[in-house]
Design a protein around this ligand. Structure first.
Ligand code: OXD
Ligand code: MN
Length: 603
């Protein structure tokens, strides 16, 4: 056994790390992934044979599979996600903290023998193009073949990564186990996991990640939230760049001028839909670079350049339809893994919102005949499609560019039924940072166990900022000193979800969001002074400069969409002020000044 895996690993650091891990987790076999398509097919076939994956009808979804998780393992688990640093202060009030020594002891007990009866897969992966100055190499040691297949879609995975790493120890050590050893020939279950003992820990000292007990999404595909946001944001702060929970799009106007925007929204607020928007305005086009994560660095010209470190989409399925996101549907016609969606009787997938009427004889996400009258969804609300980025029909030509794309606008969004207008532009960089820091949104099903409430979610990074959030605010405020003030992107806020007094959405959203992008696009040009009205909380569009052609929007709808109501905003400011208090002395005074300015102007 030893011979075969170690002959594939020449790097001495990697070799000794794996050896040490084998001694701890004691897997029956060790397999080093090459990342080839044949290997993917072999692992997928094994998962099919054991009942963990179900092949879909190739005429409906070519070369694609359905996975059904354990009903207790369906979302990211924030309560059990930890950042470990010696000083609690370095982790801040928004993260779960644990002392590194205490956590290491706990983990060595949990991982002790945890892979008995299983195969340890060694998964070398790279976040961002291997040749990019942004590239971060990681190696995930996992006992989940489902994770291996998903990592093949979501990251640049395989032998080339080890070649690129060479003999250096410049890689992120990722350890993952489903936490269910198979003792004495015990038969495996369809979705092994151990939710009672779940823990996902990130360490500041060696930047390592340890995840135990879950096989699901962000808990287990460690290249995504753990490496590309929690660890990367901490590195970024120390190295002068940004790792953000943002989509990246290219927007082309009818004159064929193109600009790139990055946008941060909390989980399941329509990021994937915006990333693949199909314009309703003639001549305007949106192309996709990423739907979830952006890394931003200053180029030598002082501009911020962005790459998407991922290689696939891990999109929320419910609500995705020919109306809301036809491009996502096209992307997942083949080579996809669906998790926790419903199955139709002709071997296709279905989820709430895909079609108006559910097809007959659906099998629900737990594998039972779906009975509509019971009132439960057929697909889990956080069910997902895992799809290669390259299959997106509106992929931007520069999606894989090692240098990234220059960003002209940064957009912050959330799901709010009142207060926040359809679009706002910040009055300054500092005000823009305040807008990001003050973000809040109605909660969604991407997070386990949270009732629908408004939660503060600064920069949509609440679950993903790998260090003290107040220091993160300071890092954002310092960007004009790191880069070049003149070239910094403009900052905007958007809210597609404002409702009228009857509870009806005021804005059609989806493809019509291009109208908001058009206004933002034009505001990033130099000739745009007249197109906005200054308010204490930012610039809002002047009616004549906001494209409503072809929309049935009344004057009062327009007013309601953009109205800044002082009473609502004073409440908002009050809530933000209370929230900011949790950061104590770390909180940057510049943001308190901004808050006081707005409060004064509103009164
Ligand atoms: C995601 C999330 O899966 O933010 O992207 O939860
Ligand atoms: Mn996300």
């Amino acid at each position: 056994m030893e011979e075969s895996w170690s002959s594939k690993i020449v790097n001495p650091y990697v070799k000794s790390w794996i050896t040490e891990f084998i001694n701890l987790a004691t897997p029956d076999n060790v397999y080093v992934c090459s990342g080839s398509n044949e290997e993917y097919d072999q692992i997928a076939s094994k998962l099919v044979a054991s009942g963990s994956l179900l092949p879909l009808n190739p005429e409906k979804k070519f070369h694609s599979f359905l996975a059904r998780s354990d009903a207790r393992d369906v979302a990211r688990v924030e309560k059990k996600t930890f950042i470990c640093a010696v000083n609690k202060e370095d982790v801040g009030p928004t993260n779960n903290w644990e002392d590194p020594e205490v956590m290491r002891l706990k983990l060595s007990n949990l991982f002790n023998g945890c892979m008995k009866g299983r195969t340890l897969y060694v998964v070398p992966f790279c976040m961002a193009n291997l040749k990019s100055p942004f590239a971060l190499i990681g190696i995930e040691l996992t006992d989940s073949p489902y994770v291996v297949c998903s990592m093949k879609i979501m990251t640049r995975m395989g032998s080339e990564v080890l070649d690129e790493l060479g003999e250096t120890n410049n890689f992120i050590k990722c350890h993952h186990s489903v936490g269910q050893p198979l003792l004495n020939g015990q038969k495996d279950v369809q979705w092994p996991c151990n939710p009672e003992k779940l823990v996902i820990a990130h360490f500041h000292d060696d930047l390592s990640i340890w995840s135990y007990g879950s096989g699901y999404g962000g808990n287990a595909l460690l290249g995504k939230k753990s490496v590309s946001l929690r660890i990367a944001s901490y590195k970024a702060k120390n190295e002068g760049w940004l790792a953000e929970h943002m989509l990246i799009i290219g927007v082309t106007n009818p004159e064929k001028k193109k600009k790139y925007f990055a946008a941060a929204f909390p989980s399941a607020c329509g990021k994937t839909n915006l990333a693949m928007l199909k314009s309703t305005l003639p001549g305007w086009k949106v192309e996709c670079i990423g739907d979830d994560i952006a890394w931003l660095r200053f180029g030598s010209n002082g501009k911020l350049y962005a790459v998407n470190p991922e290689y696939g989409f891990f999109g929320v399925a419910p609500g995705t339809s020919a109306k809301t996101n036809p491009n996502a549907l096209k992307a997942c016609e083949k080579n996809s893994i669906f998790t926790n969606v419903a199955l139709t009787n002709d071997g296709d997938v279905w989820w709430e919102g895909l079609t108006e009427c559910p097809p007959a004889n659906l099998i629900d996400w737990q594998g039972n005949l779906w009975i509509k009258e019971k009132g439960l969804p057929a697909a889990h609300p956080n069910s997902r499609f895992t799809v290669p980025l390259s299959q997106c029909p509106v992929l931007d030509p520069l999606w894989d560019s090692p240098e990234g794309v220059p960003i002209s606008a940064i957009i912050f969004g959330g799901r709010r039924k009142d207060t926040i207008p359809l679009v706002l532009e910040s009055l300054s960089w500092r005000h823009g940072v305040f807008m990001g820091a003050g973000m809040s949104s109605e909660t969604t099903s991407a997070v386990e166990d949270v009732d629908v409430v408004i939660r503060h979610d600064p920069f949509a990074m609440l679950p993903f900022c790998g260090y003290n959030m107040a220091d993160y605010f300071r890092h954002w405020l310092a960007l004009p000193d790191i880069g070049n003030d003149v070239n910094l992107p403009k900052i905007f806020g958007v809210n597609w979800f404002r409702k009228d007094n009857q509870g009806k959405y005021l804005w059609p959203g989806f493809g019509d969001n291009i109208r908001v992008l058009e206004w933002i696009f034009n505001r990033t040009e130099e000739f745009s002074e007249k197109s906005a009205i200054r308010t204490p909380v930012g610039f809002v569009p002047s009616r004549d400069f906001f494209n409503l052609s072809g929309l049935q929007l009344t004057n009062s709808d327009f007013k309601a969409l953009f109205e800044i109501k002082s009473n609502e905003w004073l409440d908002e400011i009050h809530s933000i002020k209370n929230y900011f208090e949790i950061f104590g002395e770390h909180f940057p005074p510049a943001l308190s000044k901004e808050l006081n300015r707005i409060e004064l102007e509103l009164k």
